[in-house]
Design a protein around this ligand. Structure first.
Ligand code: NAP
Length: 285
């Protein structure tokens, strides 16, 4: 590892908790200094920073509401002042109103764009300016609402699709400066946001109705997502750019009728028998 003062630097928006925090700790473990952005939870951001330091890297916390362009500028200025360099930028923080399209008001549409698309573009502009001649990495975190439609997710899903298209344009424009730009697209990932979506949006379908259909049969973890992002930020991914890497347990490759809804022998052909029904003819001894 390089000495802390010469180590690469990553800025991760929304790394006080969830996927951003797990990613911060993964990067720290391989010697990357991390700027931990948050909006409200200063205490959680300080905890992330303490864990980054315990993992052997350095870092800083930086409060910024990424809906505000002035806050975005101040955030990059603070990283420049503290470390004098930037090697990786991860546009991870997201928020939106979850409502049917018929109920979306002007302020919902404007705030959604500012939070989930504009902040990525403004951040990538600043990040690319700060990256040295040897290049850098940019990753945006998106979700399967960019690919398929489901209740109340129109606003955020459309923003994630826009971000994935920006990834392709940025990859072409920043490529000559050896900066790669990619997206990591998540399915159901077990964080506070997932809990909010299924348990706090009135009338939402039960999470179990979705999980049961997934080929891998479980929600993803923050670690599943952070591992994919870490790969795209890492030394072995230098020739990958303009891509969206999907981390969803198979959610976006299935269609009705679902294997989970089959019965009898057809069902048994795919689903392993329950442990209690194990084949007793093979018991030895
Ligand atoms: N969870 C899922 O099921 C799932 C699935 C697919 C994709 N994703 C994507 O993964 C990314 C991370 O989601 P997550 O589930 O890890 O989130 P999370 O656990 O809810 O954490 C959200 C993070 O974003 C920060 N944040 C929120 N609003 C902000 C703002 N205006 N300015 C700056 N920071 C802000 C929060 O800071 P404070 O702590 O200060 O509030 C926190 O650090 C998002 O892009 C999300 O769309 C999530």
């Amino acid at each position: 590892m390089a000495p802390r003062s010469q180590a690469p630097v990553a800025l991760i928006t929304g790394s006080s908790r969830g996927i951003g925090k797990v990613l911060a700790l993964k990067l720290a473990a391989r010697g990357v200094n991390v700027a931990v952005n948050y909006k409200s939870n200063a205490d959680l951001a300080e905890e992330t920073l303490a864990e980054v330091r315990a993992a052997g890297a350095d870092g800083m916390t930086v409060q910024a509401n990424i809906e505000e362009p002035d806050d975005i500028d101040a955030m990059f200025d603070a990283v420049q002042q503290q470390f004098g360099r930037l090697d990786m930028f991860v546009a991870n923080a997201a928020a939106s109103a979850f409502k049917p399209i018929s109920q979306l008001k002007l302020h919902h549409l404007d705030r959604n764009w500012a939070m989930n698309v504009r902040s990525f573009v403004l951040g990538a502009q600043r990040a690319a300016e700060m990256m040295s001649a040897s290049g850098g990495r940019i990753v945006v975190v998106t979700s399967y609402g960019s690919l398929a439609a489901f209740p109340t997710y129109a606003s955020l899903g459309a923003a994630k699709a826009a971000a994935e298209m920006y990834v392709k344009y940025m990859a072409t424009e920043f490529g000559p400066r050896n900066i790669t730009v990619n997206a990591v697209n998540g399915g159901l990932i077990d964080t506070d946001s997932l809990d909010f979506f299924y348990n706090r949006v009135p009338g939402m379908a039960p999470m179990s109705s979705v999980i049961s259909k997934l080929p891998l049969g479980r929600p993803g973890t923050a670690d599943d997502m952070a591992s994919a992002i870490d790969f795209l930020l890492g030394p072995t991914a230098g020739y990958i750019t303009g891509q969206t890497l999907t981390v969803d347990g198979g959610l976006t490759i299935i269609a009705p009728p679902f294997w989970a809804d089959t019965t009898g022998e057809l069902h048994d052909a795919v689903y392993p028998p329950a442990a209690s029904g194990a084949d007793e003819t093979h018991v030895e001894g």
